[in-house]
Design a protein around this ligand. Structure first.
Ligand SMILES: [Zn+2]
Length: 453
């Protein structure tokens, strides 16, 4: 159980507070799961439990703004498929055949593995979208159970899609509503998720928005990850994706749009006036070769952009670094993005996107989600550019201690609530069975450009 009081001291505190204060050395003092004091030095402060950062960085737990925990099932999978040549084929040949066969046992196993990886690499909160159109019922309970075993936080959802039938879309949305009605589970909360505008109708968007308002929760959707999203909306609705979503009533401060790669600057303008947030997934975008989203324009227009992994690499330090490098390279501009901006995307911006107002920074009154990061070869001090150090010089494996809600869930690289070896071997057995079921994928069995009504 959580110690009543906890002191994390002996390192550089990167608060991510509104002034972006960095305290060298600093401390964070926690009472009953909330931050009660943040200051410099801290040698005179007493607490039930003391975590010594040994000169490392003390910062807010990272927040992954868009993930698919079940993406863990694809790691190392040898798929018997024709190789995709564009984004849509990625969905048709890889992701959709996978989500056709997923069971709640798979949802649990992949969530357990992903949550362990998140915890071990300093991510304390994530926003997840799960997909298994034939079997939505109860899946969110399975995911929540796994995440609570590890002890991190999740905002989870079932991805409603009408790619095959309106009925499957209804059942998907219903699973979100069921989980929201029960108020989540432990450290896990619910939200609404719709797949993408080329697989959902305006009616489903309307019902999703209504539910998000009723439960005061976020609503998320994939937008213009590939160009086909735009083709679909232009052909069917006569407008581009962002305009269609605006007309359907989706764009508000509750909405988190994943990707937004193929947006025109006009669409960025529309977005900026709506308060909708964007989840950027640079590593996934590179993996799927879909392109580079207009990050600089979005930020110039004041769009709140957070960082996600899209179910690919679960170490958010790697995702931060990739974001940093991608925009410098693609803009051929070494000043395209600053390290501090990237750290903001994985902390305060993500908290804002999901309405998690008491997370994302180390400030008095906020929930105590804290990580201590110290590289094994601690050869250069943190007295210089700490954001540059975080983005260029740290990795998930350097995270030593993870605190969630004042409870130490990882200490000296060991998870405190469960045995990683034991849990991993349980997951592997489930994944082996899942891979056997995958078999040969019926490629392009679904025609996503025509909503089947
Ligand atoms: Zn995604």
């Amino acid at each position: 159980m959580a110690a009543e009081t906890l002191l994390v001291r002996g390192g550089t505190v990167v608060t991510m507070d509104p002034e972006r204060r960095v305290l060298r050395p600093g401390y964070v003092y926690v009472e009953d799961g909330r931050i009660a004091d943040v200051g410099t030095d801290g040698r005179g402060v007493k607490a039930d439990k003391v975590v010594d950062a040994l000169g490392g960085v003390i910062m807010p737990g990272l927040i992954c703004g868009h993930t698919h925990l079940y993406g863990m099932a694809l790691r190392g999978a040898a798929l018997k498929i024709r190789k995709p040549t564009d984004f849509l084929q990625n969905l048709q040949r890889i992701w959709w055949p996978l989500d056709e066969v997923l069971t709640n046992e798979d949802a649990y196993a992949t969530a357990l593995a992903a949550a362990m990886e998140f915890a071990l690499s300093g991510t304390t909160t994530f926003a997840d979208t799960y997909s298994a159109p034939p079997r939505p019922e109860g899946s969110l309970d399975s995911i929540a159970a796994a995440v609570n075993e590890v002890g991190i936080r999740g905002v989870i959802s079932f991805e409603a899609t009408e790619r095959r039938s309106v009925e499957e879309g209804r059942r998907g949305l219903e699973e979100n509503i069921r989980f929201l009605k029960k108020g989540g589970e432990g450290r896990v909360r619910g939200m609404i998720s719709l797949h993408a505008s080329f697989t959902i109708s305006d009616e489903l968007i309307g019902r999703g928005v209504e539910a998000a308002e009723k439960f005061s929760c976020p609503i998320t959707i994939h937008v213009a990850e590939g160009p086909n999203d735009q083709y679909h909306n232009i052909e069917r609705y006569g407008v581009r994706s962002v305009e269609r979503l605006r007309m359907a009533g989706l764009l508000s401060g509750r909405a988190v749009l994943a990707h937004c790669v193929h947006l025109t600057l006009d669409e960025v303008d529309i977005l900026s006036g709506t308060g909708a947030h964007v989840a950027h997934n640079p590593m996934s975008n590179m993996l799927n070769a879909v392109g580079v989203m207009p990050l600089k324009h979005m930020m110039a227009k004041g769009v709140n952009v957070c960082l996600g992994n899209d179910g690919y690499v679960f170490d958010m330090f790697e995702n931060m670094r990739s974001c940093f490098l991608l925009h410098r390279l693609s803009g051929r501009d070494p000043a395209a993005i600053q390290p501090q901006t990237v750290v903001e995307m994985a902390t305060v911006n993500a908290a804002k996107a999901y309405g998690l107002h008491d997370l994302g920074s180390l400030e008095v009154g906020k929930r105590a989600d804290i990580i201590v990061v110290r590289p094994e070869v601690y050869a250069t001090p943190f007295s210089g550019s700490v954001y540059g150090y975080i983005v260029n010089g740290l990795k998930g494996g350097d995270v030593r201690t993870v605190v969630v809600d004042g409870e130490v869930v990882m200490e000296n690289r060991r998870l405190t609530r469960l045995d990683v070896e034991e849990a991993s071997s349980k997951v592997r057995k489930t994944i082996e069975r899942l891979w056997e079921r995958l078999g040969e994928s019926p490629a392009e069995a679904v025609e996503p450009l025509s909503l089947q009504r």
